[in-house]
Design a protein around this ligand. Structure first.
Ligand code: SER
Length: 336
């Protein structure tokens, strides 16, 4: 399945199940100084979870553009070195604003993964928050997952917060096992950081608002916020073990190779360039410009990191002139 087909299939599945398809919001969160960038699908719905706003519908589905560089969720330094991290990625999500809760969220996820996407249950691994016996019971007794493929983890892994403040709650994550030929162990083990078991979907059971002191206050109605990494899901469904081998990235990396005659040992730098080109393009499109503070400074750091990797390949100059040429074509005149 192409990445675009996976996106379409996900949104269609939730639309068929009564969800309102909403557009992605900007990477710059509107009126939210607590956050540098939109880092998850739930960001645009923050005030609805908190009961401060009503959209007129109680179920939504989105494909949200996200940046995780700077701020609480920051993957910048992992990019290029793991099979699964990006500064820019798309998050597919379904949301319930006080309507359905744990049982339905888990049912939807299981049906989509094992029936629509036809993944074998024995390739999946589930985690739940250690105190959340309700979620564990739903997985084990209602869905019937193998108890040997379910781990109970602590707050660090299974309690999701958007930032230091805001809506939050325990979560249940679904991992895909890429097989024994890939290094890494199941979640909750010492080897969990390898690329063998990759988290593909996080189901958050929104229950609290966290304030600056860390105090948790129940939100008006328990809600659901889920996030599936589109690029990770594409790797699974395209039978590759590295996100940078999916259709989206193959095209970008091939284009970069045309100006950068890199050989395989330099693949890390090619991946960094492919990733950073995406985040820079989308950040600039959403109005961020390089500067020496805040969001603009993060953009500058991403550009610098891309340039450093470009320099390692020794090819910044032709790349630069190609960019100038493309701009000139667009403008229809020469840049002096
Ligand atoms: N907010 C959760 C996450 O980002 C689920 O969407 O993982």
């Amino acid at each position: 399945m192409k990445t675009s087909e996976i996106r379409r299939e996900f949104l269609a599945f939730f639309e068929e199940n009564g969800h309102n398809r909403a557009p992605s919001s900007s990477l710059v969160p509107g009126n939210d100084p607590s956050l540098l960038f939109t880092n998850a699908g739930m960001v645009q719905f923050k005030d609805i979870f908190l009961g401060l706003e009503d959209l007129g519908f109680s179920r939504a589905t989105t494909s949200q553009r996200c940046v995780r560089a700077g701020g609480k969720h920051n993957d910048l330094d992992n990019v290029g070195y793991t099979a699964r991290h990006h500064t820019f990625f798309e998050m597919l999500g379904n949301f319930s604003f006080g309507e359905y809760f744990k049982r339905e969220a888990i049912e939807f996820a299981w049906i989509l993964l094992t029936e629509r996407f036809a993944l074998a249950p024995e390739k999946l691994w589930i985690t739940v928050f250690e105190d959340d016996t309700e979620a564990a019971d739903i997985w084990l007794q209602h869905i019937g997952v193998d108890p040997n493929r379910l781990s109970r983890c602590g707050e660090k892994d299974n309690f999701w917060m958007m930032g230091d403040t805001g809506p939050c709650g325990p979560c249940s994550e679904i991992f895909y096992d890429h097989g024994p030929e890939i290094a890494g162990g199941p979640p909750g083990t010492a080897e969990e950081d390898g690329d063998r078991y990759v988290e593909i979907w996080n189901l958050v059971f929104m229950q609290y608002e966290r304030d600056v002191t860390g105090k948790l206050t129940p939100i008006p109605k328990p809600s659901v916020d889920t996030g599936m990494g589109l690029e990770r899901m594409a790797a699974v469904l395209q039978g590759v073990h590295n996100n940078y081998d999916i259709d989206l990235f193959r095209g970008l990396i091939d284009a970069i190779r045309q100006v950068v005659p890199a050989t395989d040992p330099e693949i890390t730098s090619l991946r960094v360039l492919a990733d950073h080109i995406r985040s820079c393009a989308f950040l600039i499109m959403d109005g961020v410009t390089p500067s020496n503070e805040g969001r603009g400074y993060v953009l500058r750091r991403i550009i610098r990191r891309a340039l450093r990797h470009g320099n390692k390949l020794g090819t910044i100059e032709p790349f630069f002139y190609r960019l100038v040429g493309a701009l000139e074509d667009q403008m229809g005149e020469a840049i002096p």
